[in-house]
Design a protein around this ligand. Sequence first.
Ligand code: SF4
Length: 244
Amino acid sequence: MPLKRSLGDANFFMDRYSEILTGRKREIVLLRGKGCVYKKCAFCDYHLDKCADEEENFALNKSVLDSVTGRFSDLEVINSGSVFELDKNTIEYIKKLCVSKGIKTLHFESHYLYRSRIEKLREFFDGIELKMKLGLETFDYDLRERVLLKGIDEKDPKKICRGFDEANFLFGIDGQTAQSMLYDVDNGLKYLERICVNIMCENSTPIKPNKSVIDAFLTEVYPTIKENGRVDVLINNTDFGVGD
Ligand code: SF4
């Protein structure tokens, strides 16, 4: 689950649909679910974009999904949490939308704790290529589990990535170096099809952006990945055009 969703007015429609025209072209929607079940990641405050009322969520999600044209045959669906926290009607509507708009590739996000449910989701979306994106942040176990409190109790990069196709990384915080970020990128590209690098932005949590780490990223890491079509880099909160 990427970092980039500090929503002011979470219902504001125009923030919930966008097209990504660089790298792999795709449409992207930010939907709303019942809320992240985990909620412990130390850097995250966007799990506040939630609503317990499934009917209200479906009404909002349907209005956002009705903007999807299918022009790239590729749709990324994010919500402030995991896909498994979206209501059943929304999931079924997404499936119908994929069929009616000719969407061949569909991306969802998930926390590691839901990994055993991914296979069933792939079965439900049979005929559509499902790309599951893990909220990983880093392969550095101590940083990830002792500071970021990510909740992935596994050290082996290959085992972590099993069952997932993509992952989000969080760069630009205390404890990271150019070498550690390059290690994350190398292993991400080794075990996954795609990675998304999010640069830490100031938010309401105690985790703050570290300027010297961000400079190290920009001078020593970014040049090695900026032309790589398997990598997305979000320097600013709204680079994907959704969220505030
Ligand atoms: S799992 Fe995702 S939404 Fe939930 S707290 Fe962590 S980063 Fe935030």
